[in-house]
Design a protein around this ligand. Structure first.
Ligand code: MN3
Length: 256
């Protein structure tokens, strides 16, 4: 059977990458591959998101933080000696009791970390205008790069009244995360949109998360994502994010 990794499950649709979130740990384990999880390629260079997300932060975030989730996940899988254990990202709550609490937590955190970052990189795209001076005393300008298509734009306006109001509500949610976590725009099975947050590396597809849905956008608000450039100013990081959103991918995810 073909080994499935994030790298291989990134599929091309309409020119943007869509992510298959359904990682089946037992399937990977059964194939007896030493390191079944791999770091997916970054869809741009580390300096491509300048000046909003700086190259040093991007490099450390990708090659150190994301890599660590991948390595820890591979090591967690190795320590599962029972190939009958079945789990995937959605059903972490069903991890059997015979797995130690530590191992269950390690799988939850690192599977989430790997999945969330694999989703995050292609959800960003280089800014339209790179000649922006970032000054901590001046609010970061949001260039209007609204590229939501008919369906997603209609759904956003129907639910949140306007693109601006949607951005305000999403930003507020991202600011409200206490400690480390993520802010999300998700849809349900009827294509209804909602905004919510998860803690640590949980995501809305996990049964352990109280906020659920199919991710359209996800913003990493861990300090490691912004501290080098923005220090404690998470708000500036969030405003920067709006200049980097890959709306093409968001549209495709909404329509899929
Ligand atoms: Mn991160």
């Amino acid at each position: 059977m073909k080994r499935r990794t994030f790298l291989e499950s990134l599929s091309m649709l309409g020119g943007t990458m869509l992510i298959d979130w359904n990682i089946n740990i037992s399937e990977l384990f059964a194939q007896n591959t030493p390191n079944p999880f791999v770091l997916p390629p970054l869809p741009y260079t580390v300096n491509a998101l300048e000046p909003y997300f700086d190259a040093t932060t991007m490099e450390i975030h990708y090659t150190k933080h994301h890599m660590a989730y991948v390595n820890n996940l591979n090591s967690a899988i190795k320590s599962i000696q029972d190939s009958s254990i079945k789990t995937d990202m959605a059903s972490l709550m069903k991890l059997p009791d015979k797995l130690s609490k530590d191992l269950q937590t390690k799988i939850r955190n690192n599977l989430g970390g790997h999945a969330n970052h694999s989703f995050f990189w292609p959800s960003l795209t280089p800014p339209i205008n790179k000649n922006v001076v970032i000054d901590s005393k001046v609010p970061i300008p949001i260039q209007d790069r609204w590229e939501a298509n008919d369906n997603l734009e209609k759904a956003i306006i129907a639910k949140f009244n306007s693109p601006e109001n949607f951005r305000t509500l999403f930003s507020k949610a991202a600011l409200s995360v206490f400690g480390s976590g993520w802010a999300w725009l998700v849809k349900d099975s009827k294509n209804n949109l909602s905004i919510g947050t998860t803690s640590n590396q949980d995501n809305p597809l996990m049964d352990v998360s109280s906020f659920k849905g199919i991710p359209i956008l996800g913003l990493d608000v861990w300090e490691h994502a912004y501290y080098l450039k923005y220090h404690n100013r998470r708000n500036d990081y969030i405003n920067s994010y709006w200049n980097l959103v890959n709306w093409k991918q968001a549209n495709n995810l909404y329509n899929s």
